[in-house]
Ligand binder design. Structure first.
Ligand code: NAD
Length: 508
């Protein structure tokens, strides 16, 4: 039961100011603190009209911002970085309040977001093209990278600040303007991010926010003045975004869900591996697209691994994310918490061995919070629903296999392919794994191999629809269009110039 209904309202952010919805029929969503179950804010749910206002603001700001020298855009990013540091704790509090993750986890999220801004500061260098002088007599050829135009970003609930920061700093540094549609479950951190960007010197209209749900998303996907769409969220919606936006002529990158496997070899350092798996499976209550939700135990390591994982999982303190003792917080909504409990029920029914059962967990003074404790299954098989689905909760499944070859084949058959890791002390096994595994991001004794901001982030198969990964060098390609110029400057008319209808061959 929600104990209190707040009247604080979150509106849109368009043209450098907070703007109330202009829709004929006003709609609001409830923002809940998952640790207490309280409704703490209302958020405007925009539609086609609000999107049209925001896209018009972004379109109007485009010529001036596109013409701003990249070094000046970089200086805005430098200032922005400073302001994010100064306001780090305010962001952290908002993330924990609306998402539920622990304060320390939220601090890590903000750090990873700031790192993208740090990469964006290098934009003058990143935008440089190539030149080949004298491709013909008096003729030079060079490439330039120009902004795509108005870009849209649609983000999930699980990283309220980091995922928006994966997108718009790179987009605007490249000279684009941007409309962000944050998750309606966690809108406050994104709004603070855009306010700070304005304070850093980003001109009005360059960065806008339309809050909302499917109606706002659909309006962005079909608006003729939106040129590119970045999406991060679940696989079914990523597929929908990719097909709809590309059918409307837009460049699209749509990152989807995950089912990440951590392979434990018999020679792995078990103390280290158990610590790593516990963090990767239960950190952020399993609500990370890079969470490890399947441990693949190779050979005779399984019994010891399960015993140690069980001991560590049972000892994990769960509570309100603001409680300094808690290492794991609640799930995002009651509906999601019930869904995760339903998966655990199904795993038991299907014959997996539930070694640690977190379904009955109670957190003192948080009776209405959306809590479930860590759950650990052993003897999971690939046909079970707990293996086939992205549960997005604190549920770790152990699958037993005999060889590394079997582990690799299992992972390569899974429809998701976001991240994976191998734990081993054998260089040969690690090398084979990283070569043969068909997954976008690979860790060797690194449980959550999220690339640093100067590499790009993205999965394979159903974990990413589109050609370019997000942030890092690939995002410079995504947020720019290349143009190749072939130019002739010679003094006077070239001596041998004649009118010719033959295909030009400059180098002859
Ligand atoms: P979601 O797909 O439900 O929502 C993501 C965004 O899409 C939100 O802004 C939401 O408002 C919008 N949306 C939801 N339903 C829609 C619809 N029918 N039509 C149009 N728009 C719609 O995802 P979520 O629950 O917010 O986030 C969790 C999911 O995101 C998980 O599957 C997780 O793996 C994934 N994720 C992936 C990555 C990655 O990098 N691959 C990163 C973070 C999260």
């Amino acid at each position: 039961m929600n104990q209190r209904v707040s009247t604080e309202r979150i509106e849109h952010w368009i043209g450098g100011a907070s703007v109330a919805s202009g829709e004929a029929e006003l709609r609001f969503g409830e923002v809940t603190n998952p640790a207490t179950g309280e409704v703490i804010r209302q958020v405007a749910l925009g539609g086609a009209k609000d999107v049209a206002t925001a896209v018009a603001a972004a379109r109007a700001a485009l010529p001036g911002w596109r013409a701003t020298p990249p070094m000046k855009r970089a200086r805005v990013m430098m200032k922005y970085r400073e302001l994010l540091e100064t306001n780090r704790e305010a962001l952290v509090q908002l993330i924990t309040q609306e998402h539920g993750k622990t304060l320390d986890d939220a601090r890590g999220e903000v750090t990873r977001g700031i790192e993208v801004v740090e990469f964006a500061i290098g934009i003058p260098h990143l935008l440089k093209g190539e030149i080949a002088p004298q491709v013909g007599t008096g003729v030079d050829t060079y490439s330039i990278h120009q902004p795509v135009g108005v870009c849209a970003g649609i983000t999930p609930f699980n990283f309220p600040a980091m995922v928006p920061l994966w997108m718009f700093p790179m987009a605007v540094a490249c000279g684009n303007t941007f409309v962000l549609k944050p998750s309606e479950k966690v809108p406050s951190a994104a709004l603070l991010l855009v306010r700070l960007a304005r304070e850093a010197g980003l001109p009005d209209g360059v960065l806008n926010v339309v809050n909302g749900d499917k109606a706002a998303v659909d309006a962005l996907l079909t608006h003729p003045d939106v040129n590119a769409v970045s999406f991060v969220g679940s696989t079914p919606i990523a597929q929908y975004i990719y097909s709809t936006a590309s059918a409307h002529g837009k460049r699209v990158q749509a990152l989807g869900g995950a089912k990440n496997h951590g392979v434990v070899m018999p020679d792995a350092d078990l103390d280290f591996t158990v610590d790593a798996l516990i963090g990767a499976a239960y950190g952020s209550a399993g609500e990370r697209c890079m969470a490890i939700s399947v441990a693949v135990a190779v050979g005779d390591v399984a019994d010891q691994l399960v015993a140690r994982l069980a001991q560590a999982a049972k000892a994990l303190p769960v509570g309100d994310g603001t409680d300094p003792v808690a290492q794991m917080g609640p799930l995002i909504t009651r509906v999601h918490c019930d869904k995760v409990k339903g998966f655990v029920d199904a795993g038991v029914d299907e014959g997996a061995k539930l070694v640690v059962d977190g379904r009955g967990l109670k957190v003192a003074q948080r009776d209405d919070g959306f809590f479930i404790g860590p759950c650990l299954f052993d003897n999971v098989t690939p046909d079970m629903s707990i293996y086939r689905n992205e549960i997005f909760g604190p549920v770790l499944s152990v699958v037993r296999v005999n060889t590394l070859e079997e582990a690799i084949a299992l992972i390569n058959r899974n429809p998701y392919a976001n991240g994976t890791a191998v734990f081993t002390t054998s260089g040969g096994a690690a090398r084979r794994f990283e070569d043969e595994i068909e997954v976008g991001m690979v860790g060797v004794n690194v449980p959550i191999p999220v690339p640093v901001s100067y590499f790009s982030f993205g999965g394979w198969r159903n974990s990413l629809f589109g050609d370019q990964h997000i942030y890092g060098p690939e995002s410079v390609r995504f947020y720019t269009r290349s143009k190749v110029v072939t130019r002739r400057w010679s003094e006077g008319r070239p001596a041998n110039a004649t009118s010719s209808l033959v295909m030009p061959t400059l180098g002859q």
